[in-house]
Design a binder for this molecule. Structure first.
Ligand code: SAM
Length: 254
């Protein structure tokens, strides 16, 4: 999928908050090496660097557009372009971190087993992923994609919900973890502007669907999606729109 850094950055405050909440729970004082998987434009990588200034911090992402933005950040961070499904580092890291990225990969039992092997003894795996796929922002998109005008073009772009239930991650990680901290938070996001929920998903889950359509079909699909989402998330009298958003957090000491 092609990422648009500007569209993604439109809600940077709301997107940064869960990363900060995750970082606050990481029980490691002096990691020598930190890797940020799916680092995007590097906003969170920079926070990791500030939190652990002595560590070598590497940001890895598959998107050249996102990494081009990341590379504009200050010196001292290492950036690598790499498809995460094929990421096989030669070293282990004291902290393997990922914020809002691993839900783009399938096969989490295999993926998480592999990521644990990338953590050095005494290190930490820390992950945050959205688990909001049952919310109207997402279900409306899927229902629309399966409706007759678009089904043929879009059925191939639909992925099953990739993130497992919290207890499934417990079962995956508990046999090898020294410590486990797993929780969910639902943020009541207060958004501003015109149809902000549609603008939110346009920066993420909607993008591959729009990319799969011809230009006229894309315009029609987006217009219909925006109409449905505006109904599901009405603007309040004070001009704000509420977008509850659930996220899953995992901190495993290994
Ligand atoms: C929603 S953004 C999150 C960026 C950053 N972690 C943050 O919190 O701001 C997801 C990032 O994961 C990257 N990504 C998704 N799937 C990937 C994959 N299979 N391989 C490499 N990067 C991937 C995307 O390129 C994108 O930059």
């Amino acid at each position: 999928m092609s990422w648009d850094p500007q569209q993604y950055a439109r809600f940077s405050g709301q997107r940064l908050r869960p990363a900060l909440d995750l970082i606050a729970r990481i029980p490691i004082e002096y990691p020598k090496t930190v890797v940020d998987l799916g680092c995007g434009t590097g906003n969170v990588t920079r926070v990791l660097r500030e939190r652990w200034p002595r560590a070598k911090v590497t940001g890895i992402d598959g998107s050249p557009q996102m990494l081009a933005e990341a590379r504009k950040l200050e010196e001292g961070l290492v950036w690598e372009q790499c498809e995460l499904a094929a990421w096989t580092p030669t070293e282990q890291f004291d902290l393997v971190f990922s914020n809002a990225a691993l839900h783009w990969l399938d096969g989490h039992p295999v993926l998480f087993a592999r990521l644990c092997r990338n953590v050095a003894a005494g290190g930490v795996l820390a992950v945050q992923m959205p688990r909001n796929f049952g919310a109207p922002s997402h279900t409306l998109m899927h229902e629309l994609a399966l409706s007759p005008p678009w089904r043929e073009a879009l059925a191939g772009s639909l992925r099953p919900q990739p993130v497992l239930a919290p207890d499934a991650y417990y079962d995956l990680l508990a046999p090898q973890a020294r410590s486990l901290d797993i929780w969910e938070s639902e943020y009541l996001q207060i958004l501003e502007g015109e149809n902000p929920v549609a603008e939110w998903t346009k920066g993420t889950w909607l993008a591959p669907m729009l990319a799969a359509l011809s230009p006229p079909a894309r315009v029609a699909f987006e217009a219909e999606y925006r109409r449905l989402v505006a109904q599901a998330y009405p603007r309040r009298p004070d001009g704000k729109t509420l977008f509850p958003f659930r996220r899953l957090f995992i901190v495993a000491g290994l």
